[in-house]
Design a protein around this ligand. Structure first.
Ligand code: 6PG
Length: 236
């Protein structure tokens, strides 16, 4: 078995939510203490929803200075923010509407061409992180889910090598979803200071075990450098 990071096993999604919320808060407190701000990238899907609810609950809400948190998204669907599939809309409804957050950077700005949205987000990241043309951001924490086909963010099987030199954000057309997604690239994920993976269910756990048994896995998620990005896995 190879070392792919710190592994936390939990009983269910509630416990997964608590552990993840604690790690997100701990890393945020540390980043704010060290740099005065917390660069955080949040993902969509079902698994993180209890985490977002917990972060805005009375138990946790005051543990993080949300005025110093910069909220980005790891990937997005090309739908308006009030659409049920919007990651921005989901995170807003469960978390952002309740916390005194000042800096939120949604990925989809309503343009018809998803590639333009990706380019615009590329520019936003460069501005907010104050990067030069070839710079890559270092998020303090990226919260990452996993698909049952091994996709991570919106990089699905077949798009593993989507790394367009200077680009940080891409807009792949995902055949099986018959739609475009907007997604951060592995360029960005592999520079993150900490990647927190949330894994639930036997299919995803099997992918996790295959990743920990071999370093030539074909799943898109295998493109992540787990050691360099100080990975923690919560398995439910
Ligand atoms: C999204 C994602 C995606 C997600 C996985 C797992 O917007 O859908 O960011 O990468 O993390 O598809 O989703 P579930 O948690 O719903 O299984």
């Amino acid at each position: 078995m190879r070392d792919i990071g710190n592994i936390i096993k939990v009983e269910d999604l509630n416990e997964l939510g608590c552990k993840a919320a604690e790690i997100i808060i701990y890393e945020g407190q540390r980043a704010i203490e060290q740099n005065g701000k917390y660069m955080l990238a949040l993902s969509g899907g079902r698994t993180p929803q209890p985490i977002y609810k917990l972060l805005s609950s009375v138990e946790y809400i005051n543990q993080l200075d949300w005025t110093k948190v910069f909220v980005f998204f790891t990937d997005e669907r090309c739908v308006p923010s009030d659409h049920p599939d919007s990651n921005y809309g989901m995170v807003k409804k469960l978390l952002l509407d309740y916390v005194p957050v000042k800096y939120v950077f949604g990925m989809y700005n309503g343009v018809e061409n998803p590639r333009e949205a990706a380019l615009a987000y590329n520019g936003t990241i460069k501005d907010v992180f104050n990067l030069n043309t070839n710079g890559t951001p270092k998020f303090d924490l990226m919260l990452l889910g996993l698909g049952e086909d091994g996709h991570v963010v919106s990089i699905f099987p077949g798009f593993e090598n989507i790394e367009i030199s200077n680009e940080l954000v891409v807009a792949p057309f995902v055949e099986k979803l018959r739609s475009h997604r907007i997604s951060l690239t592995f360029n960005v994920i592999n520079q993150s200071k900490k990647n927190l993976f949330i894994i639930s269910g036997s299919k995803k756990k099997n992918i996790f075990y295959s990743l920990s048994n071999t370093d030539d896995s074909k799943y898109p998620i295998a493109q992540i450098n787990f050691n360099r990005t100080n990975s923690t896995w919560i398995l439910a």
